[in-house]
Design a protein. Structure first.
Ligand code: G
Ligand code: MN
Length: 266
């Protein structure tokens, strides 16, 4: 049976409206990012989840996609809520583990419209997080319409001490011109390449790592699930890894406990 896209969109839109109406049902989980060579936790990425009335916790990609597709301020409202929550949570572990960075996802639409600089700046100040510890992941879910404006904003963010990363690199709208022009610290290679164990995917992964290193950028491989994949990534000198092989996304307090356990040598 063909799925009616208009119906899908309407359902997604309703889910977004409900979530913004009752933001307490939204929560963030944090997935550690590890140094590939040693396994040490260097950062954690904030990921959105939704708590259903039944108590069940689900992925919230429908809500995120509806916000991305919206024409009003919904994307900014949602992002603002999430970044604020992430930065409050991270302030908790920053005291005991100041070296562990926090990764948050932002749509490139954030950099094209609105006063992202002012909004991010006031968020950073009000949460008390050390801005040197923030990685902004630019998720290229939408086409970058105004690359000049975007580049200007990214440059200001970088000048302000925040670190920029291109997310899901190699899929969607990601383009080599972004690597050529944007002041990014690194790229995250999509799990689509990392998880596929065929020769073509490996060739792409190897080439992307070499290219990033030539550009003096770092690389995080996403969705690493097996030791075979990890060994291949280590051979390619991939810097960081994220995925179920090391750790699943977890609530903030669990991450805090995990960090405490790691640093006590357990
Ligand atoms: O594109 P982005 O990196 O923001 O997406 C992260 C998503 O991938 C999260 O929803 C997370 O739960 C999921 N994820 C993280 N690690 C793995 C993994 O090792 N395998 C799979 N299949 N999914 C993962
Ligand atoms: Mn991401």
């Amino acid at each position: 049976m063909a799925v009616d896209q208009a119906v899908v969109d309407r359902v997604a839109r309703k889910a977004l409206d409900r979530a913004l109406d009752r933001p307490e049902q939204l929560l963030l989980v944090y997935q550690p990012i590890h140094e590939a060579r040693t396994g040490a936790i260097v950062a954690a990425e904030a990921l959105l989840r939704q708590r259903r009335e039944s108590g069940e916790i689900r992925e919230a990609s429908v809500i995120q996609e509806a916000a991305e597709a919206s024409v009003g301020n919904e994307l900014f409202t949602l992002d603002h809520l999430l970044i604020k929550q992430a930065w409050i949570d991270a302030a908790l572990w920053q005291r005991s583990h100041p070296e562990v960075r926090l990764n948050v996802n932002l749509s490139p639409r954030e950099f094209q419209e609105g006063n992202v600089l002012v909004r991010l700046d006031s968020l950073v100040s009000s949460c008390g997080i050390d801005r040197q510890r923030v990685n902004l992941e630019i998720t290229e879910t939408s086409y970058i319409e105004k690359p000049e404006d975007t580049m200007h904003v990214l440059q200001m963010l970088e000048d302000g001490g925040l670190h920029l990363w291109l997310d899901d690199f190699g899929t969607g709208h990601s383009s080599l011109t972004h690597l050529q022009r944007f002041p990014v610290e690194g790229i995250k290679i999509s799990g689509k390449f990392v998880k596929s164990d065929d020769d073509r995917s490996r060739a792409i992964t190897r080439a992307l790592i070499a290219l990033a290193h030539d550009l003096k950028m770092n690389v995080t491989a996403e969705e690493v699930e097996t030791t075979t994949q990890l060994e291949f990534l280590r051979d390619c000198e991939c810097d960081f890894v994220q995925g179920f092989l090391f750790s699943r996304p977890m609530p903030a307090d669990e991450l805090h406990a995990t960090l405490a356990r790691f640093s006590s040598g357990a």
